[in-house]
Ligand binder design. Sequence first.
Ligand SMILES: NC(=O)c1ccc[n+]([C@@H]2O[C@H](COP(=O)([O-])OP(=O)(O)OC[C@H]3O[C@@H](n4cnc5c(N)ncnc54)[C@H](OP(=O)(O)O)[C@@H]3O)[C@@H](O)[C@H]2O)c1
Length: 368
Amino acid sequence: MIILLTGSTGFVGGAVAADLATRGLLGATLFLVRAADATLAWQRVHDNLLRFGVPAALAAAVTPAQIICGDMTAVDKFAQDERLATITHVIHCAALATFSTNPKIWANNVDGTVALAQAVHTKAKLQRWLQVGTAMCCGPGMTSPVNESWESGLSDESHLVPYTQSKLAVEHALKAIPGFPLVVARASIVVGHSTLGCAPSPSIFWVFRMAFALERFTCAPDECIDIIPADWCASAMVSLALKPSLAHDLYHVSAGQSSSNRFDAIDIAYAKAGGTEPIAPRYQQVAVDDLRSLVPLFQERLGRVNRLLILRALMLYGAFAELNYVFDNDRLLGEGIAPSPPLADYLAECVRTSEGIPMTEQMAHDFK
Ligand SMILES: NC(=O)c1ccc[n+]([C@@H]2O[C@H](COP(=O)([O-])OP(=O)(O)OC[C@H]3O[C@@H](n4cnc5c(N)ncnc54)[C@H](OP(=O)(O)O)[C@@H]3O)[C@@H](O)[C@H]2O)c1
């Protein structure tokens, strides 16, 4: 078995690499990485493994010889690499994962992914391509809990951001490749790590920090939020990639009904972690369009910030929170994968590892 892992320098892909390390599979893995050369690329993979708590001795199992140095928007530059023919499994995490309107989103997430898939598919005896997707690719207007289904998704312009639309489009483009062994794993919102908190990545945690500091956001206290930690997400992804047979070709890797916390439960856990009182008595739910009324509070509650930038960020993430989606994960649990730990169970570590780090610095991670 030879695995190709893409996106290993990022958040989800880094967690997948760390999971492969714990399974003793790093030596059987090739890594597609962007860098000037294989040594620099190897250094990036190695550093990220350490960030995810992989012991140096285990991380040393990766050598520069396992690096395919390349960019998926320029697949022709490495399409002749003989190692492509050895690949049996692909875990494709690489993507431009941003809610901003980056003009390169389609070239990366759709065209680049399809080009990579075709290059590997024509050369290798591929047994499985695990396409790491986002559960939010269903777009707005779905009924919660959202089904694990090819039908859960609007391909039109109603998406809140181009990113989710691109992630849905690529799934259908891959499905159309004849004989392609596709399995789609749509991840829910990934926040922190169940034991390392926000140390590997602060992605999205700043939204909670801002909501609690402002004592206002778009969630109702009794609404459930579907959130998973990166390490559990990675473990589920690797299991789906390697399990010899699967009952379905599309899954939600999500907290689902059993592991999603209500917003008020997250409030209690957050307060306990910070040694403060829950904001519940003062909390006000605010519609996305009314978030601008919070601007006068920004300086007092968030410090010196770029108010327009913060407002834009809160409106984007607030619009997703307002969808109030829980992603059904019956199929995933049916494969024997244990449920995710709820956010409230590991939130204290996220709070601890965010101490002293400005919210805006954490936020920058999500706006590429
Ligand atoms: N984070 C979440 O909450 C979440 C939720 C649902 C689904 N997902 C999915 O998980 C996957 C990873 O997301 P993430 O949050 O881990 O993002 P991330 O931290 O930004 O990582 C993205 C990874 O993709 C690589 N990449 C991007 N464009 C590339 C290209 N043209 N060629 C080669 N590599 C490229 C990046 O490489 P560089 O280091 O060189 O930039 C990086 O390793 C995505 O498919 C995303 O849709 C994430």
